[in-house]
Design a protein around this ligand. Structure first.
Ligand SMILES: [Zn+2]
Length: 168
């Protein structure tokens, strides 16, 4: 397990394929701690390399909030991604075949943007948002962890692609 990166565990419910739980791993005890909001998670992630996450003072002996296992599907984030600009919201949706997570943005007025190209166009059309730059939306979708994908999904995938062996 990579210990140097924040992760986004997500619910495996098929009707709600977005992120269900945000969690970060403590640098010292390696336990996973739940993070209450996406905003707090993005804040920790944005400076994760300079400021690795630690449990609040003296709480490393407490049980983990959540375990990394296949009871839910996890996706691993890159550290130090810029925070979503204030007023905007980034949402991640897992594809039904578990192959990857798709990223969408919502503007302050709730308009859905499907790509950074759409974000760039939106910013050009809204010059009042001049303090927001397209590069602020630079983002790499988290990697869906193969070892936490339900085996039924893996079977379906390998069948679809005509691959006989599983990924493990
Ligand atoms: Zn700890």
């Amino acid at each position: 397990m990579a210990k140097d990166s924040p992760k986004t565990p997500k619910s495996r419910s098929a009707t709600n394929p977005s992120v269900g739980v945000w969690a970060v791993q403590c640098e010292k005890c390696l336990k996973w701690r739940r993070i209450a909001t996406q905003e707090q998670f993005e804040d920790i992630r944005s400076r994760f390399t300079e400021e690795p996450f630690n449990c609040p003072n003296g709480t490393c002996d407490d049980p983990a909030d959540i375990e990394y296992d296949a009871s839910r599907t996890w996706a691993i984030d890159k550290p130090n991604l810029p925070k979503t600009p204030s007023g905007f919201k980034r949402e991640l949706y897992l594809r039904r075949d578990y192959s990857k997570m798709d990223t969408y943005y919502f503007t302050p007025l709730g308009k859905k943007l499907r790509s950074v190209t759409d974000v760039t166009t939106f910013l050009e059309q809204n010059p009042q948002l001049s303090d927001v730059k397209p590069s602020d939306f630079s983002f790499t979708s988290p990697k869906v962890m193969d070892d936490t994908i339900p085996s039924t999904a893996l079977l379906a995938n390998s069948h679809k692609k005509g691959v006989a062996s599983s990924t493990k």
